[in-house]
Ligand binder design. Structure first.
Ligand code: 5GP
Length: 112
């Protein structure tokens, strides 16, 4: 069965895409927690970060570097936050690895 994000990637569910390449896509979060809240999602449906193996090393690096590229593209400058929730108890609700790219306002720390 496809994950929600696989359905979005397949355009079966609408989303506002801002970037895509052969390995990943980025689209706007449906419930943004800041003026800019994007989700960066690998096409490969890894359940979560802890599901990744050495085989995914290049993909994980690609996601990080793509996040910087998308942040620049979206005008976030040098101020933004990347979040990966791993596991339901850590706030993960969609079981398909994704990076939250958040910015557009001052961000406090700690986040929770
Ligand atoms: P998680 O809680 O798993 O780290 O993040 C899942 C994110 O997906 C949440 O921020 C939530 O708002 C977002 N989300 C859930 N359903 C949809 C949807 O159908 N479309 C979009 N664009 N975002 C979604």
């Amino acid at each position: 069965m496809k994950t929600l994000f696989e359905k979005i990637i397949a355009r079966e569910i609408p989303a506002t895409f801002v970037y895509e390449d052969e390995l990943c896509v980025a689209f706007r979060d449906i419930n943004p927690c800041a003026p800019m809240h994007l989700l960066l999602v690998p096409r490969k449906p890894l359940v979560q970060l802890s599901s990744a193996t050495a085989e995914d090393q290049a993909l994980l690096g690609h996601l990080m570097l793509t996040a910087t590229k998308v942040a620049a593209q979206e005008g976030l400058g040098e101020a933004y936050r990347l979040v990966v929730n791993n596991g339901a108890a850590a706030g993960m609700s969609v079981p398909h690895l994704h990076l939250h790219l958040i910015g557009g306002r001052p961000l406090k720390w700690p986040p929770a």
